[in-house]
Design a protein around this ligand. Structure first.
Ligand SMILES: C[S@@+](CC[C@H](N)C(=O)[O-])C[C@H]1O[C@@H](n2cnc3c(N)ncnc32)[C@H](O)[C@@H]1O
Length: 500
């Protein structure tokens, strides 16, 4: 089936949506190029939920939870190929209860189930049988989200976080032997080949004074045009913003641009309580709540956006290494520290920088080139003395990223003045075209992810088995009124949803 391509919006670099509807996800994924996706945001069908009327290959109808988990692992194995190695995967999963007649399951709190209309939708009893499961007894939670999470972890994915989707206005339940369920899980994974290092724009989703927390409170928002409850768009926004670069990516290799942000950690001025507590303890050690070298407790600060830097050196000419264009801070106080907001004392970074101790930005490239010069210089010993000894000096001679620090401007000025080092010019760059990053939802449904992606200026690839959802998805992406969808086949039992 030919994909449908949409390019709503105006201006340069317009994002595009490509919709593969009417084909199994495993077949559609094969049509996508390797490493062409930056982030995947998806809500797979829930286990044991009745079918969407899309045929035999519909996922969610497997005989046992183990089969269901295996099917998803297989799908995500193909996603591993199309996702960039620095890419992320966000998976929202709902749970089910085993009930009554030895093994039938009831999907609960599920996106595609009853969030909006309680028992209005039908569930397929035949496909939701677990057939006398060895472990899962009637009334047991099936634990699908964690089963899937651990299985993906075992398949190589980095399980980075469980995010709780808290639903303040959840569906009421008439249960008397447990609490009403008001949350679901969203798991954040990093690509199996990422080595645990991946693109994540934490700044894009921070609140003004602190990092985004792992409990997201978003009310389910039924979408009128759909027969199933769709993702509320607000739930998808942080996934898209953190998983892809607002600036876009290199049109040559797809590497996302990285944000350059300067972090300003709360100091005694902005956090009088912290400082007061510190002083009450006799001002010994580092104030609790500030960032210390040893990790320690932290107070969130705020950050200042400084621009964007390419994540690659595709269009650069010269002796560049990855990360050379990153700006790094040079503390201008008498001593230096990696954290520009802190000043190094005898026992490490143990007090906030004073107001007269500013920062100046330099590139990793300049730092590296100066370090190489110092290493080879006949004046090395003199420079070491001026730097205050070998411990500090060794940081200026490092050409790798770990442990290297830029030379403070006052010292550098002196060394340039007496000819011990030669001036290094900041790296010159040839401007090269960017393109929007790409978001994939392999279980696209009404294309909530697509709608958010396009709105945020990202490309979108949406896949769904059911061709009947195509018009709806198209309309939502283009911001049109959606056509009424075809009602699902209703020849199935209706489960009592809330007697889990
Ligand atoms: C939970 S819904 C997704 C809802 C979506 N997040 C939204 O906001 O509209 C799951 C979707 O998976 C689709 N699906 C089920 N089995 C599939 C398969 N084998 N291949 C592709 N899509 C499938 C269903 O048609 C359904 O639209």
């Amino acid at each position: 089936m030919k994909p449908v391509t949409l390019t709503p919006g105006f201006g340069d670099n317009r994002p595009t949506a490509t919709l593969y509807y009417g084909q199994d996800v495993r077949d559609s994924l094969r049509l996508l190029p390797d490493a062409s996706v930056h982030t995947v945001c998806t809500s797979p069908p829930y286990y044991g939920l009745r079918d969407y009327g899309a045929g035999d290959t519909e996922i969610g109808q497997e005989a046992t939870p183990e089969d269901f988990v295996e099917t998803l692992v297989e799908v995500f194995r193909e996603i591993k190929r199309v996702l960039r190695p620095d890419g992320t995967l966000w998976v929202n999963l709902g749970d089910s209860y085993s009930r009554g007649s030895r093994g039938t399951v009831v999907s609960q709190g599920g996106l595609c189930a009853s969030d909006k209309d309680g028992d209005k939708y039908n569930f397929s009893s035949s496909s939701a049988k677990m057939g006398g499961h060895e472990v899962i007894k009637p009334k047991d939670m099936v634990g699908i989200p964690w089963r899937v999470a651990f299985a993906l972890q075992a398949d190589g994915w980095y399980l980075r976080q469980d995010i709780i989707w808290n639903k303040p206005s959840c569906m009421p339940e008439s249960v008397t032997d447990r609490c009403t369920k008001s949350h679901e899980y969203i798991f954040l994974f990093a690509h199996p080949d990422s080595g645990g290092r991946y693109y994540f724009d934490a700044e894009a989703i921070r609140s003004p004074s602190r990092n985004k927390r792992s409990v997201w409170s978003v009310n389910p928002k039924p979408y009128k045009g759909s027969h199933f409850a769709t993702w509320p768009p607000e739930l998808v926004v942080p996934m898209v913003l953190a998983g892809t670069s607002e600036k876009g990516c290199c049109s040559g290799c797809g590497a996302p641009f990285k944000r350059v942000a300067e972090r300003v950690v709360s100091t005694s001025k902005s956090c009088p309580k912290t400082q007061a507590a510190h002083e009450a303890r006799g001002s010994v050690g580092k104030p609790k709540g500030t960032v210390g070298k040893s990790g320690g407790s932290r107070v969130d600060g705020y950050s200042v956006h400084k621009g964007w830097t390419p994540g690659c050196s595709c269009s650069e000419e010269g002796d560049f290494q990855e990360g050379d264009f990153e700006s790094i801070a040079t503390p201008t106080g008498t001593r230096t520290a990696d954290d520009p907001t802190m000043k190094t004392g005898r026992r490490g970074m143990n007090r906030p920088r004073g107001s007269s101790e500013g920062v100046s930005l330099t590139t990793r490239y300049e730092q590296r080139k100066y370090a190489a010069q110092i290493k080879a210089s006949p004046h090395r010993k003199e420079m070491e003395k001026e730097a205050g000894g070998s411990t500090t000096f060794s940081h200026y001679t490092r050409t790798d990223k770990s442990g290297s620090r830029p030379i403070p401007p006052d010292l550098l000025g002196r060394w340039l003045g007496n000819g011990w080092v030669q001036k290094v010019e900041p790296p010159k760059r040839v401007p090269f075209p960017t393109m929007p990053c790409t978001v994939l939802d392999p279980f696209s449904g009404s294309a909530t992810t697509g709608m958010v992606a396009l709105r945020e200026g990202r490309n979108y690839v949406g896949i769904d088995l059911n061709p009947d959802y195509l018009d709806l998805a198209q309309a939502r992406i283009e911001g049109r009124k959606a056509p009424q969808p075809v009602e699902p086949d209703s020849g199935h039992d209706i489960f009592d949803l809330f007697k889990g």
